[in-house]
Write a protein that binds this ligand. Structure first.
Ligand code: NAD
Length: 477
């Protein structure tokens, strides 16, 4: 069985208490790995190691850091098979998707290797002085991540933190820490100073809380639930820490009457069901123009029924199990609530039949028709493979429905009319709007949420800025 250690001060270590836990495969419930589980004291040791490494790493030149980050990307690519396998075994996603996630994390490292070189200063001349504006690394960063994309979402933080000159302590999700830890181990092999990159395992309530509350961390970068983000924000206030919060979503998907219906249905199916709907920018609510509701719905159902479900280690599956029993229970509750309030179940809504599915947390992709805003599935984050459909009359009505939520991470609109596209894109209250695409993530562009979906931005130059402080040096003449 795989043994997963923590990484503190360049060493792979057990926790001080020597406590361990077994991680099980959500497709089979079989044990996959034994993990060292830390507590507040382990988190303190890691923070202290990162603090000692900070003067060393932050003093390196950006081109030197770039070489290390490119080499880290190479290390991750060389180890893609092993990391991806652990990712599938611990959280369920199909192996081909796990490989894509790990390779994408290597791309993020390459990207920030170059972005770090573009941390330019400014020069301002006044009558009796000159001003230099510098952007310097904020200090030790605490990086706290969820289980749905444990490698990629950590890479979005590790890469800009290191490129900026910060050192870090990462806390991967308690129930899926394996691939994330291997990712950081591969990054360390690129030749970082001891203590620049640390990983501590353990519960959010102890290890996570210590990383947030301990004055050593100057920056918290968190991806996870809005409720956890709220807690972190209030506790980070004690030391006025810098914050990046990527929180929950409830993303609307608008299909206008003039849209390419086949393309819209394909895009909706992929973004509602891939990763079993456990994506923060998943399609959660579909608003379709009355005129095209029938063909769109038929095509969406056809596509949902074509998806092959199974153990993620099998090469032919499109969808693995859900991450946990709790995730599947929440999904079932949301579907039952919608049906109790009048939604029609068109497909799915149950576990698949057969021996192969008996021990895993499998659930069939589900399409609900005639949904409305009284239903939990239209208001809360289901985080499951459910696509509820609601018809609309006018674009204004669709936009008002789409914005009727406290979330604001992603929104999508499908139309072939430029004016409609721009009108919708400008009016939708979301950090990212996809026009005729089902993904608002681009490594060069800002990613983040409006309203209760978060604070700050990751990716692109915005992702780097999140790890930098501004300094004004005034030269008297
Ligand atoms: P979660 O909030 O339960 O946990 C996320 C991480 O925070 C874990 O590592 C957890 O151990 C830690 N944590 C929990 N309590 C903590 C505390 N008090 N202090 C510090 N750390 C603490 O989220 P999850 O269930 O792992 O992930 C699913 C959620 O993540 C969904 O809401 C989803 O929308 C969100 N998510 C958002 C994005 C985004 O970019 N906006 C991306 C992916 C997932």
């Amino acid at each position: 069985m795989h043994q997963s250690h923590m990484i503190i001060n360049g060493q792979q270590v057990t926790s001080l208490s020597r406590k361990t836990e077994i991680i099980c495969n959500p497709a089979t419930q079989e044990p996959v790995a034994e993990v060292a589980v830390g507590d507040r004291q382990d988190a303190c040791l890691a923070l202290e190691a990162a603090k000692r490494a900070f003067p060393v790493w932050s003093a390196t030149a950006s081109d030197e850091r770039a070489r290390t980050l490119h080499s880290a990307a190479d290390m991750v690519r060389q180890q893609v098979d092993g990391i991806a396998r652990l990712l599938t075994l611990e959280m369920g996603k199909p192996l081909k998707n796990a490989r894509m996630e790990v390779l994408s994390s290597a791309d993020v490292l390459d990207n920030y290797a170059e972005e770090g070189k573009r941390n330019f200063g400014e020069w301002i001349s006044s009558s009796h002085s000159r001003s230099i504006v510098l952007r310097q690394p904020v200090g030790v960063a605490a990086l706290i991540t969820p289980w749905n994309f444990p490698v990629d979402l950590l890479a979005w933080k590790v890469a800009p933190a290191l490129a900026a000159g910060c050192t870090f302590v990462a806390k991967p999700p308690s129930l899926a820490p394996l691939a994330a830890t291997e990712f950081v181990r591969a990054v360390c092999e690129a030749g970082l100073p001891a203590g620049a990159a640390n990983v501590v395992h353990g519960p959010g309530s102890t290890v996570g809380a210590e990383l947030v509350e301990n004055p050593i961390s100057r920056k918290i970068a968190f991806t996870g639930e809005t409720e956890t983000g709220r807690w972190i924000m209030s506790h980070a206030a004690a030391h006025i820490k810098r914050l990046s919060l990527e929180l929950g979503g409830q993303s609307p998907f608008i299909v206008c009457a003039d849209a390419d219906i086949q393309a819209a249905a394909a895009a909706a199916s992929q973004r509602a069901f891939s990763n079993m709907g456990q994506i923060c920018i998943s399609v959660n609510r579909i608003y379709v123009a009355q005129e095209v509701a029938e063909p769109f719905t038929e095509e969406l159902v056809r596509r949902a029924e074509r998806l092959k479900i199974g153990d993620g280690m099998r090469p032919d599956v499109d969808l693995g199990p859900m991450f946990s029993r709790a995730q599947r229970e929440r999904t079932k509750e949301h579907v039952a609530d919608a049906m109790g309030k009048g939604a029609d179940l068109l497909t799915g809504g149950e576990e698949p039949d057969g021996e192969a599915y008996e021990r895993g947390y499998f659930y069939r992709p589900t399409v609900l028709n005639n949904a409305d805003h009284r239903m939990r599935v239209m208001r809360e984050e289901t985080f499951g493979p459910v696509a509820p459909i609601m018809k609309f009359g006018t674009l204004d009505e669709a936009i008002a429905l789409a914005n009727d939520t406290e979330y604001g991470l992603a929104a999508y609109v499908f139309t072939n009319d430029l004016k409609t596209a721009l009108r919708a894109a400008e009016a939708l209250e979301a950090g990212g709007v996809g026009v005729n695409v089902n993904n608002v993530i681009d490594l060069q562009a800002p990613f983040g949420g409006w309203k209760e979906s978060g604070l700050g931005r990751e990716l692109g130059r915005w992702g780097l800025e999140a790890y930098l402080e501004t300094k004004h040096i005034r030269l008297g003449l």
